[in-house]
Design a protein. Sequence first.
Length: 126
Amino acid sequence: FTVMTYKALWRMVTGRLSMRESVTGPLGMFYITSKAAHLGWIAVVHVIAVLSLSLGIFNLLPMPVLDGGHIFLLAIEKIRGKNISKKMDAVCTHIGLSLIITMAVFVFFNDLVRFGIFDKVAKWIK
């Protein structure tokens, strides 16, 4: 599962897999879980397990704010033989946090469009 996830991430980065169709946020997780609830408790447990594993794998990505980023920076320190400066660490953290916030906004907006929430709100407003 981990190898498949990283292969899918690579295909998204290289443009061979649509990020818009492959990534979901809290709204999508709720939608998928509610659909699974209609299939029974085994389906819900399966969805929860996949979500948990996916979050764990995401946390291991080499982005400075995530655990994988900390591991990556520690590996760089080990290779260099000295610590990364606090200023450089702060810059890396800010960049990583900015990337994650940008991705969260993109994913949330994508979920609003994909699950028709914008359309429902537009109908409600009219």
